[in-house]
Design a protein around this ligand. Structure first.
Ligand SMILES: *Cc1c(COP(=O)(O)O)cnc(C)c1O
Length: 378
C-alpha cells in the first residue's frame, strides 16, 4: 500500500493496471461479474437477451427509425464482422468496392476485399490527413463501376476522426451502398445511421460500449441486407444467413455464440444507459482525451495530430527525442498502473494512449503526474 499519494478507490482491485488501449479496454467490475454464470445458447432466457441487445443497438444507431434498420451479431473480433459485411454486401458478379484509406484499418478493408476476389478502387491519403470528401465525390463520379464505398470513421492507427457527415453526403449523391467501419467510435461518438444514409455500420463488443472481446455487430439497413441473400463467399461469415436465423429463430445464433461475452455486453449496454447514453459517454471520453493531451504536453510530449483532427478515442504522441526509450517508459508506467499502446505509423515514431473504457479525467491526471516525474529524472 503506497502512502502519501492521491488515492483513487477503484472497484476492480484485482486489476494491477488500467488498459489505456483501444480495446480490449478497462471494463467495470460489474461487466466482468456478469460472466460468472454459465448460459445455455438455446434457452429462451438467453435468446431473449440477444433480441433485447439487437433492439437496443438498433435504437442507438437509428433512433426513431428502428423499423428500417436491424442489428446482426457475429462471432469473432471486429475484423470478422468487417469481412462478413464486405463478403455479404458485394454481389458475386459485377460489384466493385471503393475504399478511402488513411490508416491500417482502411488498409485492412482493402486486404479483405482482395482476399475475397472483389474488385477495388483505393483512394489513399496520408495517415495524418483526414479523408477528403471532395476526392471521394470525384472518385465516385468518375468510376461508374463502383457499387459500394467503405470508410473508417475513427482511424485507430492515429486516432484521426474522418469527417463522416461530409463523406456521407458525397456518397449519398452517388447512390452507392455505404459501409462504415465505426468499430472504435460507435457508442462513444454520437452518430445516426439514417441521417448518414449508411447501409452498414460495423462495431464490436470491446470498444466504446465497454464490453469484453468476442463478437462484432453490424447495424444494417433492412432492405439492403434483404437483398444480400446467397452472396456470401463464406459459410460462417454469411451476414445475411446469420441475420435470417436471428430473426426467424427468436435470437438464435448460427453456431456456438460467446454466451459469457454476450451477457457482459448486456451489462455494458445497461451501464451506457446509466451513464446518460452516448452523448454523456462522448463528453467523458473528450474530457479524458483533452486532460491527457494537456498533461502530456506539460511533460514534454506532443500529440501527432492537431486537436481539430483528433478523436476522443485514442491519441498518438511523438517520441519526445531520438533517444527516447519507449520500452523503458512503457515498463515504468505499467508498474505504476497504466498500460499504453505502441505506435502503428511508419513515418513517425509514436506511441498511443486510449481514452475509452472505464477511465476518466482523474485517471489521466494521475497518469500525467507519473509521466512528469518520470521525465524529470531522465
Ligand atoms: C479495433 C478495430 C477493428 C477491428 O479489429 P479487431 O482486432 O479485429 O477487433 C477494425 N477497425 C477499426 C477502426 C478498429 O479500431
Amino acid at each position: 500500500m503506497q502512502t502519501g499519494q492521491q488515492t483513487i478507490v477503484r472497484t476492480d482491485t484485482e486489476n494491477p493496471y488500467l488498459l489505456l488501449t483501444p480495446g480490449p479496454l478497462t471494463t467495470t467490475r460489474t461487466v466482468k461479474e456478469a460472466m460468472l454464470k454459465d448460459w445455455c445458447t438455446w434457452d429462451e432466457e438467453y435468446n431473449g437477451l440477444v433480441r433485447s441487445i439487437r433492439d437496443r443497438l438498433t435504437t442507438l444507431a437509428a433512433p426513431g427509425r428502428e423499423r428500417d434498420y436491424t442489428a446482426v451479431l457475429m462471432q469473432g473480433s471486429g475484423t470478422f464482422s468487417v469481412e462478413a459485411t464486405i463478403g455479404t454486401a458485394l454481389p458475386k458478379e459485377g460489384g466493385k468496392l471503393a475504399i478511402a484509406v488513411n490508416g491500417a484499418y482502411g488498409e485492412r478493408i482493402v486486404q479483405i476485399a482482395q482476399t475475397l476476389g472483389i474488385e477495388t478502387a483505393v483512394l489513399r491519403f496520408d495517415e495524418r490527413e483526414p479523408v477528403d470528401p471532395a476526392k471521394v465525390s470525384l472518385l465516385l463520379s468518375s468510376d461508374p463501376a463502383v457499387t459500394h464505398f467503405a470508410v473508417v470513421h475513427c482511424e485507430t492507427t492515429t486516432g484521426i476522426l474522418n469527417p463522416l457527415a461530409e463523406i456521407a453526403s458525397a456518397v449519398r449523391d452517388s447512390g452507392v451502398t455505404f459501409i462504415v467501419d465505426a468499430m472504435s467510435s460507435f457508442g462513444g461518438i454520437p452518430m445516426d445511421i439514417h441521417e448518414l444514409g449508411a447501409h452498414f455500420l460495423i462495431s464490436s463488443s470491446n470498444k466504446c460500449i465497454q464490453g469484453v472481446p468476442g463478437f462484432g455487430f453490424v447495424i444494417a439497413e433492412r432492405e439492403t441486407l434483404k437483398g444480400c441473400k446467397g452472396r456470401a463467399r463464406s459459410l460462417s461469415l454469411d451476414l445475411y444467413d446469420q441475420w435470417e436465423t436471428m430473426e426467424s429463430s427468436g435470437g438464435k445464433w448460427r453456431y456456438t455464440s460467446p454466451t459469457h461475452v454476450v451477457r457482459a455486453f448486456d451489462q455494458a449496454l445497461q451501464e451506457l444507459e446509466q451513464e446518460g447514453g452516448i452523448a454523456e459517454r462522448h463528453r467523458r471520453f473528450a474530457a479524458s482525451q483533452s486532460a491527457l493531451v494537456s498533461g502530456l504536453k506539460e511533460a514534454g510530449f506532443e500529440a501527432l495530430l492537431a486537436q481539430e483532427l483528433q478523436s476522443p478515442i485514442i491519441t498518438a504522441f511523438r517520441y519526445p527525442s531520438e533517444s527516447f526509450d519507449f520500452s523503458l517508459f512503457y515498463q515504468h508506467l505499467k508498474s505504476n498502473g497504466f498500460v499504453l499502446y505502441p505506435g502503428k505509423l511508419t513515418a513517425v515514431p509514436t506511441f498511443r494512449i486510449g481514452s475509452i473504457g472505464d477511465v476518466s479525467e482523474v485517471d489521466m491526471e494521475r497518469l500525467t503526474a507519473i509521466v512528469k516525474t518520470y521525465m524529470e529524472v531522465q
